[in-house]
Write a protein that binds this ligand. Structure first.
Ligand SMILES: O=C(O)CCC(=O)C(=O)O
Ligand SMILES: [Fe+2]
Length: 136
């Protein structure tokens, strides 16, 4: 079945944005992350060519769906994880609520054989999820 984890992130207004980042660039370790962000709109995702940060425009009531490490591994690179970061706002606090959808820690993570084409090589070796996971 898998597990889920929810965070509630509070970013206070920042007096010195030039030397600060709210959430450093990273990819989530989840299968997918459902992310609710407020209307401050400081979230960026890295474009697929890796050379441009794209602003994620906040849409009232919308959830952003991010692909994480596990789905990239399980899909044998059909789906790619998304790198993201949160920039600093001088004047406003920010709140975001990510829901991380994960596999169980005792499951073995690797490319699903059911989706592999004939002759397709697995990009990843199977690994026990708890050996991969460092988020807790
Ligand atoms: O605050 C955000 O919008 C993103 C938070 C995030 O990337 C995370 O908690 O993994
Ligand atoms: Fe994240």
């Amino acid at each position: 079945m898998g597990t889920m984890k929810i965070n509630i992130n509070y970013y206070p207004p920042c007096p010195n944005p030039n030397i600060t980042i709210r959430a450093h660039r990273h990819c989530d370790e989840s299968c997918i992350t459902l992310l609710f962000q407020d209307d401050t709109g400081d979230l960026y995702v890295l474009g697929t060519k890796g050379d441009n940060w794209i602003h994620v425009n906040p849409i009232k009531g919308a959830l952003e769906v991010n692909i994480g490490d596990l789905l990239q591994i399980m899909s044998n690179d059909r789906y790619k994880r998304i790198e993201h970061c949160v920039a600093v706002d001088l004047s406003r606090a920010r709140i975001s609520v990510p829901l991380f959808v994960n596999a169980n820690l005792d499951s073995v993570i690797g490319p699903f054989s059911q989706i592999m084409k004939d002759g397709e090589k697995p990009v990843y070796k199977p690994v026990l999820h708890s050996d991969y996971w460092d988020y807790f």
